[in-house]
Design a protein around this ligand. Structure first.
Ligand code: UGA
Length: 437
């Protein structure tokens, strides 16, 4: 069954999910108030970097299943499901998710409804939001009978979003209205299989699932990062330890790769929101609080580690940073560890040069004083140290011999354990340091 779907907000989640819904056979309108963005999408220019997205969008525009609009109300009439995919940025002072865009969208959507539709929240929202969405929608719709809500958290990872959509571990839908439940099942029917369950829960449970999933993964990462420090202190190897514990199915191998700290638009925001929500309900969540603190400290420890490897002082040193984004395969700089580590290196007296394959937009303003090269070839000339900050896959095949030849000191510090000692020494580096070994 082909469902008529409208996506409100064509940011990362809205655009990727909308294009994927079209790909699995639904009729999709992606709406955004930003006329320039919509104009560009009409021209086939993607507002974000996501592998495979442009082909997917183009294909579905061509076959007529995917269209774009700036008009919210016109795009909600006669539709079966309206997905809210607007931003929920953390409040600058409290850190709590700011819901003004969600509620504004609901008012506008509801007042345009001319028949039954499910308003589905995809944006990550704190517990209780979907009940509020229902109240607002019921107030603004012409008839209460037109409105049902569903909470449908997304688990897409940037850089792997299309595969994550097509082959998720599960589909979670919090819905308590039978007609809405049937519709949500119809929407996901093309991807649900025996091994990809459709998990229907209460609305509150779905809301908690999203935060608890990201919170749990953040704790897992902070844990392995701390284990990595222990490994280093006692002479163990964190990769072996991660494998040794991860092969226990109860723990699992994914998300045990050490790094300079977790970042991105989700983990930092969601773990803080989880902590705050718990506090609001009088519940103490010490683990998530500690994971956040450990992660903040980790980034500064990374800067200190670089200083120690450079002989205890960064005064007058030139540090070449490979990779700036919060992880590889994305141009996203939000909460990237580089935004904390690099300024700390500068405060300690270093000059920093850098290269990132995505050349993130606005990078000069985000990292003032850093000279960011557009190509990797000569970016580390005369550097005192090469720091691998992000796990871009292509870094594995770079010409490190050429890098070493151009550097003043042949020192490499790998904060992602991406390369290996033997080949770095063979490439001409005199010292190559990894985490947790
Ligand atoms: C994360 C979740 O993985 C998605 O399931 C979720 O849908 C998404 O947030 C969201 O809430 O929208 P994403 O932010 O794209 O996805 O990034 P991840 O791949 O999860 O990585 C997050 C951070 O953890 C990055 O800084 C990454 O470098 C770091 N990381 C990840 C590690 O340091 N080690 C690992 O083993 C995995």
């Amino acid at each position: 069954m082909s469902v008529k779907i409208t996506m409100i907000g064509t940011g990362y989640v809205g655009l990727v999910t909308g294009a994927c819904f079209a790909e699995i056979g639904h009729q999709v309108i992606c709406v955004d108030k930003d006329a320039k963005k919509i104009e560009k999408l009409h021209q086939g220019v993607m507002p974000i970097y996501e592998p495979g997205l442009d082909e997917l969008v183009m294909r579905n525009v061509k076959n007529g299943r995917l269209t774009f609009s700036t008009d919210v109300q016109a795009s909600t009439k006669g539709r079966d499901a309206i997905f809210l995919c607007v931003g929920t940025p953390p409040h600058p002072e409290t850190g709590a998710a700011d819901l003004k865009y969600v509620y504004a969208a609901v008012e506008e959507v509801a007042s345009g409804l001319d028949g039954f539709a499910v308003i589905v929240t995809k944006s990550t929202v704190p517990v209780g939001t979907n009940r509020r969405v229902f109240e607002i929608a019921s107030k603004h719709a012409n008839s209460k009978d037109f409105v049902a809500v569903a909470s449908n958290p997304e688990f897409l990872r940037e850089g792997a979003a299309i595969t994550d959509f097509m082959e998720p571990d599960r589909v979670v839908v919090g819905v308590e209205n039978d007609r809405a439940s049937m519709l949500m099942r119809a929407i996901y029917e093309p991807i649900v299989t025996a091994s990809i369950p459709f998990l229907q829960t209460s609305i509150e449970s779905a809301e908690v699932i999203k935060y608890a999933a990201n919170g749990f993964l953040a704790i897992k990462l902070s844990f392995i990062n701390e284990v990595s420090d222990l490994c280093e202190a006692v002479g163990a190897n964190v990769s072996d330890v991660a494998k040794g514990i991860g092969l226990d199915k109860r723990i699992g191998l994914p998300f045990l790769h050490v790094g300079p700290g977790w970042g991105g638009s989700c983990f930092p925001k969601d773990s803080m929101a989880l902590y705050k929500t718990a506090q609001d309900f009088g519940v103490t969540m010490r683990l998530i609080e500690s994971a956040i603190v450990a992660n903040d400290e980790r980034k500064l420890c990374m800067a200190d580690r670089i200083k120690q490897y450079c002989g205890g002082s960064l005064q007058g040193k030139r540090i070449a940073v490979l990779g700036l984004t919060f992880k590889g395969q994305t141009d996203d700089m939000r909460e990237s560890p580089s935004l904390v580590i690099i300024p700390q290196l500068q405060r300690e007296g270093a000059t920093v040069c850098a290269f990132d394959p995505s050349y993130p937009e606005g990078i000069d303003e985000m990292l003032p004083g850093v000279s960011v090269s557009k190509t990797p070839e000569d970016f580390c000339t005369n550097a005192d140290a090469l720091v691998i900050m992000t796990d871009w896959r292509e870094f594995r095949s770079y010409d490190y011999k050429h890098f070493a030849e151009s550097m003043k000191n042949k020192l490499a510090i790998d904060l992602r354990n991406l390369l290996d000692e033997k080949s770095m020494i063979a490439a001409g580096f005199e010292a190559y340091h990894r985490l947790g070994e």
